[in-house]
Design a protein around this ligand. Structure first.
Ligand SMILES: Cc1cc2nc3c(=O)[nH]c(=O)nc-3n(C[C@H](O)[C@H](O)[C@H](O)COP(=O)(O)OP(=O)(O)OC[C@H]3O[C@@H](n4cnc5c(N)ncnc54)[C@H](O)[C@@H]3O)c2cc1C
Length: 488
């Protein structure tokens, strides 16, 4: 097979939130930028498997990069979501205390938060906590008014689409398998069937960042996968909970404790657990952990019933702290002294989503010291997503149907997604064609029936209107093919 030779100023490995944010940030400048991603879409790993919370930054060690970048990220998040049309809601967050020891621990958390620059943190009485979350137990708590929730899939998609509009090239299904020193101190990168040359290499490969670093000639990093499992509950947030509630964190658990978080789509998620595992791609949800999650969640929200559960998922933290140490080690974001031109981002666990834009700015600043970055005069900062039919007024819906009859056909009944929205999701600017690429863009198949009604209709569109071979349709990545072929 003939190989392509692609020459770029900068190659970014990994299209999670961090890679997409860096791509967008660098697209402001007159640079040639390639993003190399092994999966069929952006946000396929940790960035699409988390709590979807914009953290305020009171949990992080004062002075750490985690603390600084989280607080900065929190402060700018709403603006970025507005620019990129990403669902975002400033809900605040309630930390729930169950006893006097928890109430005392809250004072330390407030002090830490204040040192980090978090705004508005304050202890609340049992009565005030009850007025914010009437169904939640506890003896009092702490309010963090700046915490928010958002859609992490659309966040990554939007940053990637905006970067593409500003000239960045995304190469999906391009797994980096080898990195060699290239001419002028740069790199030659083998990804999929293609070879890329670049002057600077940005390694934001998440769970695999230690391995990429090693491929590029810098060893010494080791990441330990630590899984967090979640339940997804039906759309009961309006009825039971409209603010994320967390227990007061206990030291050394390596996560923030099992919490209940409403989503921007109206569901509630329960989780995550925190369990070190041996494989970096073992996203199993286990009966034992899930039972424990449910029990702990009921402590926070006693009205929960098993009938509310509609799904589950797991995410994996790329931890630098080994199991015997636990807790958090700070983000590593630096140009490697032993291998200049390699910018490594290692151990970007929580709050990596919240911090993604300041992380990207930090990478830009590193590059600024090495090259002359000229702003592009034609940079486009805004991006509009798919118009959500169900959120429109009846009058606007009628106008839309008159303009395009495909708005008149509901394909996903649970989430009221129209044929027009599914088509826009299929024709996405990144060219991602898995079923999950369509799911996360249109939010179809995510309801109580788990795609029982709409999945067949979406597949039918892909086959009849886009000429896809049913056997080639995957749910997510290669290996998740849905069909063996046709029966008649
Ligand atoms: C359970 C859990 C809950 C969390 N909750 C929150 C939260 O509420 N708020 C918050 O701010 N943060 C949260 N986080 C942290 C946040 O999700 C991560 O910090 C963030 O998603 C990291 O983004 P990333 O781009 O660095 O990594 P990733 O999203 O993992 O992206 C890395 C990308 O690199 C690609 N890649 C890997 N190897 C290769 C290769 N060889 N070739 C090409 N591509 C490659 C992968 O396919 C992947 O797409 C949570 C994390 C977990 C696990």
């Amino acid at each position: 097979m003939q190989q392509m030779q692609n020459i770029y100023d900068i190659a970014i490995i990994g299209a999670g939130a961090v890679g997409c944010a860096i791509a967008r940030e660098l697209s402001r400048y007159e640079l040639t930028v390639a993003v190399l991603e092994k999966n069929l879409d952006v946000s396929g790993e940790t960035s699409g498997r988390n709590s979807a919370v914009v953290h305020a930054g009171f949990n992080n060690e004062p002075g750490s990069l985690m603390a600084k970048l989280c607080v900065k990220g929190n402060q700018g998040f709403e603006k970025v979501c507005r620019e990129l049309d990403v669902p975002y809601k400033k809900t605040g967050k309630l930390l729930v205390a169950f006893d006097d020891a928890d109430m005392a621990a809250l004072q330390n958390i407030i002090r830490t938060g204040e040192k980090n620059g978090c705004k508005g943190l304050r202890a609340v009485s049992r009565e005030e906590a009850q007025s914010m979350a009437p169904n939640v137990g506890g003896v009092g708590g702490m309010l963090s008014p700046e915490t928010a929730i958002f859609d992490p899939f659309i966040y990554c998609i939007a940053m990637a689409e905006n970067a593409v509009e500003n000239g960045v090239h995304f190469f999906l299904e391009h797994e980096v398998t080898a990195i060699r020193t290239g001419p002028d101190g740069g790199f030659t990168v083998q990804a999929g069937e293609d070879t890329f040359s670049c002057r600077y290499l940005v390694n934001c490969a998440g769970l695999y960042a230690d391995r990429i670093s090693e491929m590029a000639g810098v060893s010494g990093y080791k990441l330990y996968p630590c899984r967090g499992e979640y339940y997804i509950l039906d759309k009961i947030a309006d009825e039971y909970l409209n603010i994320p509630v967390y227990p007061v964190p206990r030291p050394g658990i390596g996560g923030l404790g099992v919490h209940l978080t409403p989503t921007v789509h109206g569901n509630i998620i329960i989780g995550p657990s925190a369990e070190y595992i041996s494989e970096r791609d073992d996203y199993s949800c286990t009966a034992q952990t899930m039972d424990k999650l449910f029990r702990e969640a009921r402590q926070l929200l006693p009205v929960l019933e098993r009938k509310h559960i509609i799904g589950n998922y797991a995410g994996i933290r790329p931890k630098q702290a080994p199991p015997e140490e636990g807790g958090f080690r700070d983000f590593v974001i630096r140009e490697e002294p032993s291998r200049p031109s390699l910018i490594n981002l290692i151990g970007i666990e929580s709050p990596g989503l919240t911090a993604s834009v300041p992380i990207a700015e930090m990478v830009r600043d590193i590059l600024t010291q090495r090259m002359d970055l000229k702003e592009r005069p034609d940079y486009i900062a805004e991006r509009r997503g798919i118009l959500r039919f169900r959120d429109q007024t009846p009058e606007r819906q009628a106008e839309l149907i008159a303009q395009d009859p495909e708005y008149g056909e509901i394909v996903c009944r649970c989430q009221k997604v129209t044929r027009r929205e599914i088509r826009q999701a299929i024709e996405n600017p990144l060219g991602a064609r898995s079923l999950s690429a369509i799911k996360y863009r249109a939010w179809a198949t995510t309801g109580r029936c788990n795609g029982g009604y709409c999945l067949a209709r979406i597949v039918d569109m892909l086959v009849r209107e886009y000429g896809m071979d049913p056997a080639a349709i995957t749910y997510r990545e290669k290996g998740s093919e849905m069909f063996a072929g046709t029966v008649k």
